[in-house]
Design a protein around this ligand. Structure first.
Ligand SMILES: Nc1ncnc2c1ncn2[C@@H]1O[C@H](COP(=O)(O)OP(=O)(O)O)[C@@H](O)[C@H]1O
Ligand SMILES: CC(=O)N[C@@H](CCC(=O)OP(=O)(O)O)C(=O)O
Length: 295
């Protein structure tokens, strides 16, 4: 019995061999969504996966979110918050609180989980080392079914206008895993709250990453019947956005995947972060998981 179990373990490791050979030396950007930071077991599993990637010669870069955690803090402080097209309308006070939660508390928690799993991580935000310069964006409140569209001022919401990868290269070359909070400064010196998916996509593009994983709280992109779409092209995604199948927080997610694959990332995968070791299953087994997006 024990021999059979051990043989199955050995076969699982051997199954990973072609993938390990293919990905050695490549960079992977992993977007860890606030909704995927469930239980301590999931957090430990996530950190172990990241450390394992580094140990087998891949360069993982973590970009994290924290939308639900910002929401709880705003509620505790009695600050109202609204979303337009999946983006949080951000006034000066909300930007300060978002930075405190993202770059202060969540960023350091992830750094400690990776440390506890035996890795070396350094936490930074877009502000550090000139990593990301943000540009203010305006939102579009759209109802495609009724053809209604209006422009909305989102306040201090930015998108990456420029990414300088040199600080990441320095860390990666020193064997360190960068952990990035989605906050950046604009040319105007203001602090901008950047959607974590958008931040991660821009970093994946700048690194020319082999894989861009987005860990969230659904199995992937679902159709109107709730069926998982395992493979999607940018054209198919445009159709699902137009007919309203993709909505809310899934909008910035798929938009950033399309932008990333069109700017040189080999593939983006939206994965269920509630499944233990979802990333390893996707990478190192033949069946894959989640929604794979390719140009
Ligand atoms: N077509 C769709 N397929 C899957 N999820 C969708 C779809 N349209 C909207 N969503 C919503 O998008 C959410 C994921 O986005 P979000 O809550 O921002 O996650 P995260 O915090 O991980 O970034 C899902 O939980 C789901 O409610
Ligand atoms: C502009 C904007 O919406 N910023 C996001 C940043 C955090 C984030 O994106 O977190 P998740 O990945 O967990 O959703 C926010 O304030 O919630």
């Amino acid at each position: 019995m024990t021999d059979t179990v051990n043989l199955a373990k050995a076969e699982t490791i051997v199954e990973a061999l072609p993938y390990l050979q293919r990905y050695a030396g490549k960079s992977f950007v992993v977007k860890y969504g606030g909704h995927a930071m469930g239980s301590p077991e999931l957090q430990r599993g996530f950190a172990e996966d990241i450390v394992l990637l580094k140990a087998v010669g891949i360069n993982p870069v973590v970009v994290h979110g924290g939308g639900p955690q910002i929401g709880s803090m705003l509620k505790r402080l009695g600050v109202e918050s609204t979303f337009v097209g999946g983006l949080r309308v951000t006034d000066a006070e909300t930007a300060r609180i978002a930075e405190m939660v993202l770059a202060g508390s969540i960023n350091k928690e992830i750094v400690s989980w990776i440390g506890a799993a035996g890795g070396r991580a350094v936490g930074l935000s877009g502000k550090d080392g000139g990593l990301v310069v943000a540009e203010k964006i305006s939102g579009r409140d759209a109802d495609p079914l009724q053809g209604i569209e209006r422009h909305v001022d989102l306040g201090f919401v930015g998108e990456p206008a420029h990414v300088d990868r040199s600080v990441l290269d320095t860390l990666m070359n020193a064997g360190i895993i960068p952990v990035i909070a989605p906050i950046a400064t604009g040319e105007d010196g203001q602090t901008y709250n950047v959607n974590a998916d958008t931040m991660a996509g821009a970093i994946a593009g700048a690194l020319g990453a082999s894989r861009f994983f987005l860990l969230t709280d659904v199995a992937g992109v679902l159709d109107k019947q709730g069926v998982l779409q395992t493979n999607l092209s940018p054209t198919e995604i445009a159709g699902l956005m137009t007919d309203g199948t993709i909505s809310g927080g899934m909008i910035p997610k798929v938009a950033t995947c399309v932008q990333a694959v069109e700017s040189g990332v080999d593939a983006a995968v939206i994965l269920d972060g509630r499944v233990p070791h979802a990333m390893l299953l996707e990478m190192f087994t033949a069946q894959g998981a989640g929604t794979l997006i390719r140009a």
